[in-house]
Design a protein around this ligand. Structure first.
Ligand SMILES: Cc1cc2nc3c(=O)[nH]c(=O)nc-3n(C[C@H](O)[C@H](O)[C@H](O)COP(=O)(O)OP(=O)(O)OC[C@H]3O[C@@H](n4cnc5c(N)ncnc54)[C@H](O)[C@@H]3O)c2cc1C
Length: 447
């Protein structure tokens, strides 16, 4: 099957943006996705709100990511960018995953140059002389060999890169453990006025920004004593020190990001199976715990759980540049910047119950260089999204969805610019100009 120029593997936030950007650059694109839906973690696993569109007074991610938010707003699927009540980042963007699915399908229907292949798992790759020649998708009908000039790996797990022999690190360098997985659940029937009252009465029990009481939206990172009590009584049996949840976009709804499955690898089928089982058992514990112990949750009910457990971290490729913790803490700028991030380092303890946020004055605003997406060999491969070349600590910041979208958009434009498929030879000024033409912000100097 070869009637396209660029193949994008994985239709998560990053892959969709890559495919659309490449198509809008005039290329024929094949977008291959293993599941039935578009949107990856945000739709399959209900992960929201989007975080990191702003740093200080600047919007640092625009382009396709902002277009997606605008389309969501048009359908009533987001509250837009609002101040982050937790004070972790500048703004958060609550969305409804179900409406995001519709937005993505709408966008792909409009892009006539994109061919979509769902229910197709990429399992094999053939390369010759440092160039990928084809990949194989397995599906109900058997398998199909697919080839193109350029390949964009947006699988979140660097699946194509690993098949091509690109070196990588899984999780953190010291022991290979990755950030925990979370089965996100959406609940209804929450009385948020009681949550707000608890925040007023016991501010020591919550992480809140200074003027959180003036923000007409509630995010909860807290109820520390109640959670400790839940552990003591055996009502909670997994390592988590707090309730973590975000108000949904509809009355009385909350997205609960509290379960925690540790020491499992998101690239191991047995670990993934165990993680789904554990995540669901934890979801039952969480709902019972909230109903029994937290004022405002007495009538809470389960609306939905993610179709798949949310995976924060697996593999990081070793690319031409590796983004580090220092880059994030010093607000790094790069000549070959293609995207920005407005989010601090946010490590959910790979082994235990803690949550660490590392913020400095400059921590919430840095450039991401093109080289983090370049493995070098194969010469016609770009890796975007969650598995770019970054340390465990740097990825704990750069993994957020708006930045994955911005990187995907840059990857799509770069793939379209690559002569003879060689993504390493793309002109950086031309790439940055095209990103700006599309409404994006390649780096801090363009703010
Ligand atoms: C629990 C949790 C909470 C989070 N909280 C936030 C938050 O509050 N705000 C925020 O902005 N970000 C948050 N994140 C991070 C963010 O959601 C993700 O890192 C980001 O969206 C990743 O996007 P992606 O496109 O790189 O990868 P993914 O969303 O993982 O997309 C990868 C896609 O590739 C497909 N795929 C994988 N392998 C193959 C294959 N071999 N063949 C074909 N298709 C394949 C998958 O099905 C998927 O659709 C959170 C993540 C998790 C797990």
């Amino acid at each position: 099957m070869k009637d396209h120029d660029i193949l994008v593997a994985g239709a998560g936030a990053s892959g969709i943006c890559a495919a659309i950007a490449a198509a809008r650059s005039g290329k024929q694109v094949l977008l291959v996705e293993k599941s039935s839906m578009l949107g990856g973690t945000n739709t399959q696993s209900l992960v929201c709100p989007l975080m990191g569109f702003h740093a200080g007074s600047h919007q640092v991610v625009r382009g396709l990511a902002q277009e997606i938010v605008d389309r969501l707003a048009h359908r009533g699927g987001t509250l837009g960018h609002i101040p982050d009540p937790l004070g972790v980042t500048e703004t958060i963007t609550p969305i409804e995953p179900e409406i995001l699915k519709q937005v993505y399908f709408e966008m792909l229907r409009e892009e006539k140059r994109i061919t979509l292949l769902l229910h197709s798992f990429l399992t094999d790759l053939h390369q010759e002389q440092g160039k990928i020649q084809s990949v194989t998708a397995v599906h109900k009908g058997g398998s199909t060999v697919l080839s193109s000039d350029v390949y964009i790996d947006a699988t979140g797990d660097a699946d194509l890169a690993v098949m091509a022999g690109v070196p990588y690190t899984h999780g953190r360098a010291s022991d290979g453990f990755a950030q925990p997985m979370t089965l996100v659940m959406k609940i209804g029937g929450v009385d948020f006025s009681k949550v707000r009252k608890a925040m007023k009465d016991r501010p020591d029990q919550f992480v809140l920004c200074e003027n959180a009481d003036q923000i007409p939206y509630i995010a909860v990172s807290g109820y520390f004593d109640a959670v400790a009590g839940g552990h003591e009584r055996g009502e909670l049996t997994f390592p988590r020190d707090r309730v973590l949840l975000f108000q949904g976009i509809r009355e009385g709804e909350a997205v609960v990001n509290m379960s925690r499955v540790v020491k499992r690898q998101g690239t191991s089928v047995t670990d993934l199976t165990e993680a789904e089982i554990e995540g669901r058992a934890q979801a039952d514990e969480i709902l019972s715990f909230l109903v029994k112990n937290i004022d405002g949750f007495q009538s809470a009910c389960l609306i939905e759980t993610g179709a798949a457990i949310g995976i924060r971290e697996t593999r990081h490729i070793h690319g031409q540049y590796t983004l580090t913790e220092r880059d994030i803490l010093t607000g790094a700028e790069f000549e070959d910047a293609v995207a920005m991030c407005g989010f601090p380092i946010d490590v959910h303890d790979p082994l235990g119950k803690e949550l660490y946020w590392t913020q400095t004055d400059t921590a919430n605003c840095y450039d991401i260089p093109y080289r983090v997406m370049l493995p070098g060999t194969p010469v016609n491969l770009l890796v975007t999204g969650r598995s770019i070349s970054a340390t465990h600590e740097a990825a704990a910041s750069a993994r957020i969805t708006p930045t994955a979208m911005a990187l995907g958009e840059a990857a799509g434009i770069a793939a379209a610019l690559a002569e003879n498929g060689n993504v390493g030879l793309v002109s950086i000024p031309a790439l940055q100009e095209r990103i700006r033409d599309a409404g994006g912000i390649p780096g801090r100097k363009y703010l």
